[in-house]
Structures are given as structure tokens and as C-alpha cells.
Design a protein around this ligand. Structure first.
Ligand code: LMR
Length: 398
């Protein structure tokens, strides 16, 4: 049965980790995957996480099956972060949340559920978008198309183009929106533009699916929830996939959630019952450890503060790397203006480097980036930034 199996291409993002691991050069730098490293090049174990883990180890809880949708303590904590503790939607029982296997797992159960609800829908993703969006929704059985988003000339959002395209979509079309820290471009909508998107979704009867993998990496937990709050105020029904991979530095624990906003309590109960069937036939119920740690941190005032401080530290370090890279490129004599790097939000910079330049960074310098020119600023540190700036300077001048 395997004789005719063809070799699949490596994953455009995680495949870089495989190539990077196989690279013997000691000066190599992995700017591919969206992972935060500290100034020593290590993935941090946050102090808030360490504290919660110590307490959990001492309590030595049994590892029974979890509820199919995950525990209420976790799901409630997720809801408070996304919607705010004073949310009317939460008070009215209009939000269904299920723990999921990271942000990707949340997208997957969301996609599978929407496929059952709206089997004829087309899914629209931004141009460009996170590489896995298309693959994931196609794998769930949807045709996937783009709406205009990034404008290379201004390095910002082509909002008129985006809005005009959304305005032509069939009712019931699914629109995937990056709630903050757009991946890969780092170009986000303004608050006013979010309100306009909400209105288009309402007018056209679209199904908004907000992907929120980087809450806290632009301006902070509350300000980064602006898109969620705009949709929450609209009275529309929508989906949110969210993740603690980056904000808690818990990548491998696969801790995320799918939240669905319904029209009311009764609808919520019915939607949850269907979502549970989707989850049960995918992976039965979520794992215990990561979710328990996140819940313990978010449900303790002291640990929550500790976590927000640590998250603020990550945000500040990424900002410092943005400024540092721009300065060092200038110092290396690069004529091209790279000041846009400072304005982009989240972990990434969409550098404008061509696929050939990215290839040359890899082959000549052992510096790995996504072929679209996306680099992860959170992988730069005080030791490698000079090397990376020199390398970029050489490839752009070549
Ligand atoms: C990324 O875009 O690099 C991250 O979201 C990691 C991933 O799963 O691709």
C-alpha cells in the first residue's frame, strides 16, 4: 500500500526546524518558527508557570479523563482573557469554550464543526496568511480563497481592497481574521477599521473566525483584545481560536481553546453538545497538564500579575530587537529604509526579502527564515543580532 506514496514537501514553517536541527554550523540562527527565545537563546520557562507546576507536583493530582470540552476552571479563565471579566456575553451564557490542542487544534475543531454546519461554505483567509490556515481549512473540506490584506508598497493593510472584497462574499462565507499581531506581516487593523469589518460581516451575513495566537504581544492583554471586543459588542455570532503557546511559553504542551459566541444560553447548550461530538471523534478530550497550569496562573491574582509582568518583559525584549536590528542594518551601510520593522507588531517582521535572499541567508550564513521573507524577531538576542544584521546587509546589497 505504500509503494506509490510520494514524498510530501516539508512544512513551510515547522520544516525549517528540521533543516535547522540538521545544520552543523555553530553560528546558525533560527528565525523561522514563531517562538520566543530569551537573550540567551533559550525558550523560557516562565516563573509563574514554574510556581504553578511546583504546586501541582506537590498536590500530585490523579490523571483521570477530563470533560470532553476541558475543565470549567480553564475555559472560564480563557473567556475572561478574551472577553473581559465584565463581559455581558459571558453573563448571558452566550459563549461556549472548549480547551483545544493549541491554536491549531482550536482551528481544527472549529473548522470541522463549521463544515458540519455549513458544508457549502467557502473560507476566506488574508493574503498573505499563516501558511497553515489554508492547509487546515482545505483539510477540513472547504475551498479556501484569499481576501486582499497586505500592501507591499506601504507595508500596511490594503483596507479598501480588503473591505471591498469582503463586501462581495456570499452570506455564510467564513472569514478568518487575525485578531492581533497579524502573522506573517505584523500589520494590524486600527480600532476604527475593526468596527468597519464588523459592519461588513453583519451586512453580508459572514461567519467571522478570529485567530488569536498572540494576545499580549502587541500592546498587552486588554488592548490586544480590541477585535474580540468589537465583535462582542456587535451581537453577531462568531468563532475564536486562541493559544497559550507563545504567551505562556508552553508550545509543546499544546494549550489553546475554541470559543464560540452564540445568540443565547439555550443555543450555547446545543452548540456545545455538537462541538463535543467533534472533539470526541478527533482526540476524545484534552490533556491535563498545560491547561491546569494556565488555569492555576490565571485564577490566582498573584500568579496572574507575575505572568503579565513576564509577558510584558517578552514584549519589551522583542521591541528592543526591532529597534536594534534597524540600527544595526543602518550601521552596516544598508541604504534601504528598514524602519518599518519597528512598526510591525507581534513576533514577526515581514522583511520584504525575496525567496532568493532568504535562500542565501540559509546557505551562506545558516540563518533560517520563512521563504516569504518572514523573520521571527523573538529569536534575535544581544549575541546574534550583529551577525544577523551583517548577513542581511550582505544579501540585500548583493
Ligand atoms: C508560526 O507561525 O511560526 C507559529 O504559529 C508556529 C506554527 O505552528 O506555525
Amino acid at each position: 500500500i505504500f509503494a506509490a506514496v510520494e514524498m510530501a514537501p516539508r512544512d513551510p514553517i515547522l520544516g525549517l526546524n528540521e533543516s535547522f536541527a540538521a545544520d552543523a554550523r555553530s553560528e546558525k540562527v533560527n528565525l523561522g518558527v514563531g517562538v520566543y527565545y530569551d537573550d540567551n537563546g533559550k525558550i523560557p520557562l516562565l516563573a509563574a508557570v514554574r510556581t504553578a507546576e511546583k504546586a501541582r507536583l506537590e498536590a500530585a493530582p490523579a490523571r483521570g479523563y477530563q470533560p470532553i470540552e476541558g475543565p470549567a476552571a480553564y475555559n472560564g479563565a480563557v473567556q475572561n482573557l478574551l472577553f473581559g471579566t465584565d463581559s455581558a456575553l459571558l453573563a448571558d451564557g452566550k459563549v461556549v469554550t472548549a480547551q483545544a490542542l493549541g491554536g491549531t487544534g482550536a482551528l481544527k475543531i472549529g473548522a470541522d464543526y463549521i463544515r458540519r454546519l455549513l458544508p457549502g461554505a467557502t473560507v476566506y483567509i488574508s493574503d498573505p496568511s499563516w501558511e497553515n490556515h489554508r492547509a487546515l481549512f482545505e483539510a477540513a473540506g472547504f475551498p479556501v480563497e484569499n481576501y486582499p490584506y497586505y500592501e507591499a508598497g506601504t507595508r500596511g493593510v490594503n483596507f479598501a481592497g480588503m473591505k471591498a472584497r469582503l463586501d462581495t462574499l456570499q452570506p455564510g462565507s467564513v472569514v478568518v481574521l487575525h485578531a492581533c499581531c497579524h502573522n506573517p506581516t505584523g500589520a494590524d487593523l486600527s480600532d476604527a477599521q475593526w468596527n468597519e469589518v464588523v459592519e461588513v460581516c453583519r451586512a453580508r451575513g459572514l461567519v467571522p473566525f478570529l485567530d488569536m495566537a498572540y494576545q499580549g504581544f502587541a500592546d498587552g492583554i486588554e488592548p490586544d483584545a480590541v477585535a474580540v471586543r468589537a465583535f462582542s459588542a456587535s451581537g453577531l455570532q462568531f468563532f475564536i481560536s486562541s493559544s497559550f503557546s507563545k504567551s505562556f511559553s508552553l508550545y509543546g504542551e499544546r494549550v489553546g481553546a475554541l470559543s464560540i459566541v452564540t445568540a443565547g444560553k439555550d443555543e450555547s447548550a446545543r452548540v456545545l453538545s455538537q462541538l463535543k461530538r467533534v472533539i470526541r471523534t478527533n482526540y476524545s478530550n484534552p490533556p491535563t497538564h498545560g491547561g491546569a497550569i494556565v488555569a492555576a496562573v490565571l485564577n490566582s491574582a498573584e500568579l496572574r500579575q507575575m505572568w503579565e509582568d513576564e509577558l510584558g518583559g517578552m514584549r519589551d525584549r522583542i521591541r528592543a530587537m526591532r529597534t536594534g536590528l534597524v540600527e544595526q542594518l543602518k550601521a552596516e551601510g544598508v541604504a534601504q529604509d528598514f524602519s518599518f520593522v519597528v512598526k510591525q507588531r507581534g513576533m514577526f517582521s515581514y522583511t520584504g526579502l525575496s525567496a532568493a535572499q532568504v535562500e542565501s541567508l540559509k546557505s551562506d550564513f545558516g540563518i533560517y527564515a520563512v521563504s516569504t521573507g518572514r523573520i521571527c524577531l523573538a529569536a534575535l538576542n544581544s549575541k546574534n543580532i550583529g551577525y544577523v544584521a551583517k548577513a542581511i546587509a550582505q544579501v540585500v546589497k548583493a
